[in-house]
Design a binder for this molecule. Structure first.
Ligand code: SF4
Ligand code: SF3
Length: 572
């Protein structure tokens, strides 16, 4: 069977997965995901047209958002689940098609006579085998006739949309949504099948997307902080407490909250894993005494870390890896996460809540850890409010040269070699500099002791990849405080990417005009030479080289204090 996927950083040979995904995705699941995206483009054409007539379909918008999120790397590996999602998305497409055609007729007194692109007319085959055959023709290879840069730009936008879908879904679950964000999913997806759009049109759309994604990040931040409170800096225990345990991985704070509520007084200890670490800094979550600590490191180490623990495991979102036989009976998926054969905890559609009794029973049956063990404390919780409450002190520290420079070293972790660059870089940052970090890439260095500059810890963890808004807000607010542009700040961005959320964050940074980003560990396979040329020319994006070389280049070639600040504070 033919598949072709190159949406993530670990893609085979840096070119594309063709037989099976390096992530573990079967060719069958890969082509079904392609087919789902194909149908979502059809839905998007109708939702876009319907919106132009002032009509919206929440059901269709959500099918698009959840469908896109389903295809993010390391979310859904289950062909059966994908088949259900595809069939449901077809049903919704037919509904929104009728909605549009009826509204058009009502408004104009005649039937719509324009041409619809192919995905609008597509209907699913009756069998799974038939769907797979359809999917084989629906992937990005179907666009091989297109000029390389157009293909590349379309893929960049598609992967950005996938990343934004993850954020929009998290926000929606917590009651936050935004019309600009919802409508852009239709605009963006429909543009991927618009043959009239050239490179410049797509670049403009991608820049617009970056701004819309900023809005999406903002509503997600609002959803989190309204629901769970403003994060506060916290030292998180990373050892073990004796007793039954559930380890929660992924990114979904609402799942964690529901589980904490349902395990209150049960004697079960709850641990975060991977990107769930910053949960400990939210007042509404840290109030639970049985949220005892953080277990393990980043997603790519889960097979080793989950192998022998006597605990139940809950995977709330990406990134799940193929479970080892040693723990398939005690790992549970929920939400959009799916792996064939694993137990799944579904949401109750009536009240939008989940019943975690199955995983609770499993944790009790396993009996848990036999004894307490020590562990280092990990510092987290430096979201925008916590950092910006110190803005005056930070500005003073830069003026007095107590702090020379900030480095944002953040993004995804992954298993390909070369990622020790980020550890080396963090370790080599001079002692008068502060490191901001976020997402799972921080597990490469967040167990190291970076010490303090005065009252400031030298390593400030802003949160999950879902909290990129915090890092952006901190940078923009500091630029305002220094009365300079963000590119004039004594700030360097050293980013690592793996999956599509990193793509959408990068596009937001570019849409804000942020330049000189160091990007690694390797450049995306879906970026064509021509598009890379534009990125280098307009934004001076640099592929990482060695930590030593890059750090030297940054420290030697940048002013340590923004010119405007020098003018204001020192030159009068
Ligand atoms: Fe390969 Fe990544 Fe696609 Fe998985 S998601 S099939 S690893 S490119
Ligand atoms: Fe990590 Fe998957 Fe991207 Fe959330 S957990 S940042 S890779």
């Amino acid at each position: 069977m033919e598949m072709f996927c190159r949406q993530c950083e670990q893609t085979a040979k840096g070119e594309g997965c063709t037989i099976k995904g390096v992530c573990g995705k079967t060719a069958e699941a890969a082509v079904l995901q392609d087919l789902l995206i194909y149908n979502l483009k059809g839905i998007a054409v109708y939702t876009k047209l319907a919106r132009e007539l002032g009509i919206k379909s929440k059901e269709a918008d959500l099918v698009i958002i959840k469908g896109l999120f389903t295809t993010v790397t390391n979310v859904n590996f289950d062909s059966k689940r994908l088949e259900q999602i595809i069939r449901n998305s077809f049903r919704v497409k037919e509904k929104v098609k009728k909605l549009f055609l009826d509204a058009y007729r009502d408004k104009n007194g005649s039937d719509f006579s324009g041409n619809f692109p192919q995905p609008t007319e597509w209907a699913p085959a009756d069998s799974l085998e038939g769907l797979i055959e359809q999917g084989e023709k629906a992937g990005i290879k179907a666009g091989s006739h297109l000029e390389q840069d157009i293909r590349s730009l379309r893929e960049i936008l598609l992967y950005g949309l996938k990343g934004m879908a993850a954020y929009a879904d998290h926000a929606y679950i917590l009651g936050e949504e935004d019309e600009e964000v919802f409508s852009f999913f239709s605009i963006g997806l429909a543009s991927l099948i618009d043959e009239n759009l050239g490179s410049n049109d797509l670049i403009d759309l991608i820049m617009e997307f970056g701004q819309v994604n900023l809005r999406c990040l903002e509503i997600l931040d609002k959803a989190h902080t309204n629901h769970f409170g403003q994060p506060v800096p916290m030292r998180v225990f990373s050892g073990i407490k004796k007793g039954p345990a559930i380890i929660v991985s992924g990114h979904d704070l609402y799942d964690l909250e529901q589980l904490l509520e349902q395990t209150k007084g049960s004697g079960i200890n709850i641990y975060t894993h991977g990107e769930m670490l910053p949960s400990h800094s939210y007042p509404w979550l840290k109030k639970y005494d049985h949220l005892v600590g953080h277990f393990g490191t980043a997603w790519q180490n889960q097979q080793k870390e989950f192998d022998s623990v006597p605990a139940a495991i809950l995977m709330t979102t990406n990134c799940i890896q193929q479970p080892r036989p040693s723990y398939t009976d005690r790992i549970f998926t929920t939400g959009l996460v799916a792996w064939p054969g694993l137990q799944h905890i579904a949401v109750n559609k009536e009240d939008n809540r989940k019943d975690f009794s199955k995983i609770i029973a499993k944790a009790k049956e396993l009996e848990g850890f036999g004894e307490d063990t020590c562990g280092k404390e990990i510092l987290t919780g430096f979201a925008h409010q916590a950092v910006l409450s110190l803005a005056d002190k930070i500005v003073d520290a830069v003026k007095t040269k107590a702090v020379r420079r900030f480095f944002l070293i953040g993004g995804c972790d992954g298993s390909k070699p070369g990622r020790n660059y980020y550890t080396e870089f963090a370790k080599s940052v001079p002692e008068d500099c502060i490191i901001l970090t976020l997402a799972c890439g921080k597990f490469r260095f967040n167990n190291l002791d970076f010490g303090y500059i005065g009252d400031f810890p030298r390593l400030l963890d802003c949160g999950q990849c879902n909290d990129a808004y915090s890092a952006i807000k901190i940078a923009l607010s500091l630029a305002k405080a220094f009365n300079c542009g963000v590119n004039d700040l004594p700030l360097s961005l050293i980013l690592s990417w793996y999956e599509q959320k990193a793509v959408c964050i990068l596009l937001t940074l570019l849409s804000l005009g942020v330049k000189n980003i160091y990007l690694g560990p390797s450049l995306p396979a879906f970026i064509s030479k021509g598009v890379l040329g534009v990125l280098v020319e307009k934004f001076n994006i640099k592929p990482i080289s060695t930590a030593k070389k890059d750090l030297e280049a940054i420290l030697n070639h940048r002013g340590f204090i923004p010119r405007s600040l020098l003018r204001k504070s020192y030159l009068g």
